[in-house]
Structure formats: C-alpha cells, structure tokens
Design a protein around this ligand. Structure first.
Ligand code: CTP
Length: 429
C-alpha cells in the first residue's frame, strides 16, 4: 500500500495543485457497526472522480481497518492526534483546509454529542471544531439512541450550527431491533455528497460560526406548549374529540426550539413527529393534560394551543353502551373539563408570559378579547376555524392583547409560528 506516500505528497504539494483538478472530501469514520459501509462510499466517490482522504476514530478501527480504507483511498489514513510524524506532515488544520467538504459517516451518537458540545478530544473531533468547511453528518445508531432526547437535542444543535444532517433509514438493525437509525445506503450518501460539492453555499460555511446571541434568542428559556385535541372516553370503544391536528402547536414548539429554548410539548393524540430538540409528553384527556402542564412548570412562557375538549362523559362506562332501540336521546350526561389555561393563570406558578389560542367561528376578535379577560392570560391568538384551518396547513390569526389587536394575513402555520416566537422573544426580553 502506498499509504505514507499520500501523506508526504500533501505536505509537499499543498492545496493549489489538488484543488484545481478535483473535488476533495475529508471522510471522518466514527466507530459504529455501519463503519464498513464507508468502504463502499469511498469507492463510489472515487469512481466519480472525487478524491477522498480518511480520518478514523479509535473505535472506528474496531470495525474496519485503516488498511482497507487506505487501499481504497490510495492515501494515508489519519487517526492519531499525537503522532508527531502525522502532525509534521499534515496538521489537523491542513487536513480540513485541503477538503472541499467534510463528511462524517457513520456519525455515531457519541461523535454527534461531541460535535454539538464543541468537544475536541481526538483528531476527528479536533478537525470538526477547527474547520470552516461545510460538514455533512450521516448519523447511524440504535433506534433508541436516535430517539433519545439527548440525541434529538444534539441534532437540533448541529442543524442550528449549519451542519448538514442526512436522515437515517428505517429498518432492521444490527442489534436486532427495528426502527429509524440505520445508515443510509452508500449511493444515497454519495449523491448527497455530490450535491453539496456541486452547490457550495457560502452561507453554509458562515452558518458554521453563528452569531450565537442572534440565532438563539431564547437560549436559557423554558417554553411550554400544549397542542392537539384531547380524547375523552365514553366507553371502551367511543370518545369525544375534535378536529385539531396539532400542526400549529408543533410548529410553535419547533420554532421555539430553533430559537434556542428548552421546549416541553404536552401533546394530545396526534399523528405528528416530535420536532428536533423538543421534549414531548403525550396525554389523552384534558385532565391528563392539566396534570402534565402542572408537572412541567415553571416555564418562562406557556403557549396553550391545544383544542381541549370542554366536556367529558360524566362517567366512563366500563362496557360498550348499547342502544335500546326506543329512539330516545342518548343517555350521555357530560361533565365540564377543567380549564387548563385559566387554572394555570391563577396558579402560583403562572409563567411570566401566558398565551392562549381561541378557536372561533364568528365575531372572532370580540370573543377573543372576552377570553383574554376571562382566562387571565397576556395574549390570545385568535383564529377563525369556520374554514379548513383545523387540519389545514395555513392559519389566519389575530393577536389580541389588553391594548392592541393585530391581524396577520393568511400564512403557513410554520410562518405563524416563527412570527409568534419573534413576539415571544421580544416580550421575554
Ligand atoms: N383551554 C384550556 N382548557 C380548556 C379549554 C380551553 O386550557 N378546558 C385553552 C385552549 O388551549 C386555548 C384557550 O383555552 O388556549 C381557548 O380555547 P377555546 O376552545 O377557543 O375556548 P373555550 O375555553 O373552549 O371557550 P368557548 O367554548 O367559549 O369558545
């Protein structure tokens, strides 16, 4: 193998000669079972004329040998931060400087956590901390590790830092479990790599050094969001519900997390993925939602977006209720549910900023202003739900405070969320 020759070449003929001819990828291989797929990735990239230089973490060497990677890259494989020979020939800064793109594949939960925390305790992580080049991370790990709140938080952080992340595949895993967390197949990683090499976006690089305060105005704040409907059981097969999809509440939770807040999302039964970086508590009924909200406080801001069922069956039948065929009205006495927003507004743990939503079908602003007073909150976001707002992708809202009413045009729910988070940031300042 001509391993050491590659290292020497790069020291003697730095950046310019290589750059003018070919695109260069610095591939960082971390230690997971999927490390073997890096061999195929190197082969595919090189077939397309892309030069690949590899760096391995210590644990990666347990899964694939430097020799195999060196043969395929036709280059020295780097791994030891403290190997003076390597440092003299090509320092870690130089390794990054010579690359057009850094690809971390597989990216284990461990290296993702180190990247998110800015830890540099080996050659791979030192390069990642020192680089000003675009970085693509391709996560691969056990499904539970992928879904763990710590990994969700770390991925959200990397996204905020401008790191490109490929979603893992779903399927059977080496550990015998099934789910999301498998390394995407090498052709898909190669394709994504080529896309990034073809469209170098200077903003990506700048995004790697964010103006922290400007990008994360809610850092250090705890934001509570409720979302979705509640289901109130009548008997083992029936329940009272409404048409809320949870989309607006989830969008607000996502926007607050992107702004750097620690977000707790108390969600009724919905069919939505948890936004990155958000801690989710699932509930079914209004009374469960109240308990979850109380258990989550204190918070700096609470946004109560949930369409809580106003009533529940006064008593839940243990068996399916049978009709008697008489045509008489159903024997279904209802009891009023607790008003979560009003309860929190009166409690000792009332967040400094408390925002309610109001779903109205007529006299939208007037009803919203009455609710603001009745429920004791600081702002009501009122929406006209007479159309297809519930379940739809857009929302037309009015912001009602004690002093003002402001109406926004019909906007995608994500945009409503972003704008609302800007308002929340301003109020918390
Ligand atoms: N809300 C709540 N608990 C309830 C009902 C509503 O916390 N039991 C909250 C909602 O999350 C929302 C606000 O109160 O933030 C207004 O909800 P809405 O359904 O519009 O109003 P209602 O209180 O149900 O009043 P009405 O039935 O008169 O419209």
């Amino acid at each position: 193998m001509n391993g050491s020759r590659g290292g020497l070449d790069s020291a003697q003929h730095p950046v310019q000669t290589r750059r003018m001819t070919t695109k260069r990828v610095l591939l960082i291989v971390s230690g997971g079972i999927a490390a073997y797929k890096s061999l195929e990735l190197v082969r595919l990239l090189r077939k397309d004329g892309i030069a690949v230089r590899a760096v391995m973490t210590e644990s990666a060497k347990e899964f694939v040998t430097p020799l195999s990677l060196g043969v395929l890259t036709e280059d020295h494989v780097y791994g030891n931060m403290f190997d003076l020979k390597e440092e003299r020939e090509i320092g870690h800064i130089q390794l990054s400087r010579e690359a057009d793109l850094i690809v971390v594949s597989p990216a284990t939960a461990n290296i993702i956590a180190k990247m998110a925390g800015g830890i540099a305790d080996d050659l791979a992580t030192t390069i990642l901390l020192a680089t000003d080049k675009p970085v693509l991370a391709v996560p691969a790990m056990n499904v539970r590790m992928w879904e763990h709140v710590a990994t969700r938080r770390n991925i959200a952080q990397l996204e905020r830092d401008g790191i490109h992340i490929m979603d893992p595949d779903s399927g059977p895993m080496a550990c015998g479990e099934y789910g999301e967390g498998r390394l995407p197949e090498p052709p898909a990683i190669a394709e994504k790599t080529k896309q990034l090499l073809a469209n170098p976006n200077p903003a990506d690089i700048l995004a790697g050094q964010p103006d922290f305060a400007a990008d994360m105005p809610l850092a250090g704040k705890h934001v509570l969001v409720t979302a979705g409907p509640t289901h109130e059981p009548i008997d083992p097969v029936r329940y009272i519900a409404n048409r809320s999809s949870g989309k607006q509440g989830f969008a607000i939770a996502a926007a607050a997390a992107k702004a750097g807040a620690r977000v707790t999302l108390v969600a009724g039964p919905v069919n939505l993925d948890t936004p990155p970086g958000v801690t989710r508590v699932d509930v079914l009924t209004a009374r469960e939602m109240l308990a979850a909200v109380q258990g989550t406080l204190p918070a700096d801001a609470a946004i109560m977006v949930a369409a809580v069922a106003d009533w529940r069956a006064a008593s839940e039948a243990g068996q399916k209720i049978k009709k008697d065929g008489s045509g008489a009205p159903a024997p279904l006495p209802l009891a009023e549910n607790p008003d979560i927003l009003a309860t929190i507004a009166k409690s000792e743990k009332r967040p400094p900023l408390l925002i309610g939503f109001a779903a109205e079908t007529e006299n939208v602003v007037d009803h919203a202003r009455a609710k603001l007073t009745r429920k004791g909150c600081d702002m009501i976001v009122a929406n006209d739900v007479s159309g297809d707002v519930m379940g739809g992708s857009h929302n037309c809202v009015h912001l009602v405070t004690e002093a003002h009413t402001e109406s926004w045009e019909n906007l995608p729910k994500d945009e409503v969320a972003n704008r609302l988070v800007e308002r929340i940031t301003a109020r918390l300042e």
